[in-house]
Write a protein that binds this ligand. Sequence first.
Ligand SMILES: [Fe+2]
Length: 242
Amino acid sequence: MLVIKMKNKIKEKNLEKKFFEEKGYLILKDFLSEEEVKDLKNMLIDGYNRFLEDEINENNISEVIMKYENNNLHDKLYEAFKYISSSDYFVYIGKKFSKFVKEKFNLDTKIINTGFAIGIKDSKRTAYDWHQEKPYYEKQDTIHLQFPIIYPCSEANGTMSVLEGSQNQGYIKEVKNIKINQKSVNSFVPKNINDLIHIYPEKSFNMSLRDAGVFDQNIIHRTNKNLLNEVRFAGIIRLQII
Ligand SMILES: [Fe+2]
């Protein structure tokens, strides 16, 4: 019985590795525990409470952030973002991801960046156009994780999507720099993106709370438009492969 169980475990591990190598991403069901989901939510709310003067809770957090965004109080939002991004709790999740990568892919890694992305209804300021992570970490090999905080990540709230298998293109050096304005994110968009979107199918990272999505440094991905009044929060861990 134990032998069969162990064999199944090995088979499962190989399937996950094979899927990741072929497609360039992997969605992990129930990667986080219920408790970790709750702690992440509280950490985010506490962080915003520290920098935005309103009394923030899980029921009004989206409303407050949207108010700041619409009143162009981007610096205040950025202060809170920086503070929350450096939380030890992200480091804790990063260590968990690093352990996963060692167990499943047999890779040694270290954390190089933690943080989160927010998606605000009808705002493109914090949304990335098609890009690879590679140009941002040119000198290193990296592997990445996203996971929902507070609300699930869905197509309706603009979850990230990938061009499945596009990591096989390797590092695309011919890029154009897309930045809408000074306070917006900076996307390195491959110059041949209009060809690539016809070659590789687009897959959305639909993730329930507790799920997480792993993705390759060379997979082409983007942020989508949030159609809801709820702000989308996605935690991000970036590991360097050593
Ligand atoms: Fe990205």
